[in-house]
Design a protein. Structure first.
Length: 140
């Protein structure tokens, strides 16, 4: 997935970019799942390998298969763990209260596991979005 963004902040070798919701977002089945701020903008903190400056328009590449896999991990794994924990606890004890408790514990465990996975993935360059090119320099 290739998107256009604007550099809004620089921190050393990293840039905070703002991605605006585009026309193709209106037709996307997952548009309600995007992490949009109150102003309809998504912010990403990425490596600034091309030396873009604040105000520059940049082209950002986000590997599509990675976006789909991350969406599955974030939304489906906790749900699956909640259900599996409930069924296991309820099945072993015969009590809905214990089933609910094990479901909640499995849900919490899935969030902790995903946090660990997130930290590991963030260290691997192939999972991170990259600035492919600077489209327009903002000369202030």
């Amino acid at each position: 997935m290739i998107e256009q963004a604007t550099v809004v902040e620089l921190r050393g070798q990293r840039a905070k970019i703002a991605l605006r919701s585009e026309d193709e977002c209106e037709h996307c089945f997952a548009q309600h799942m995007c992490n949009l701020g109150h102003d309809g903008v998504r912010y990403l903190d990425i490596e600034n390998t091309l030396g873009a400056q604040i105000g520059d328009a940049v082209e950002v590449y986000l590997p599509s298969q990675n976006v789909l896999l991350m969406a599955f991990l974030v939304y489906m794994v906790p749900l699956i763990m909640l259900l599996a924990g409930y069924l296991l606890g309820n099945g072993l004890s015969g009590s809905e209260h214990i089933g609910t408790a094990t479901g909640v514990l499995a849900l919490i465990g899935s969030f902790l596991g995903l946090r660990f996975i997130d930290k590991r993935i963030a260290q691997q360059a192939r999972w991170n979005p990259v600035i492919r090119r600077v489209l327009a320099k903002d000369h202030q």
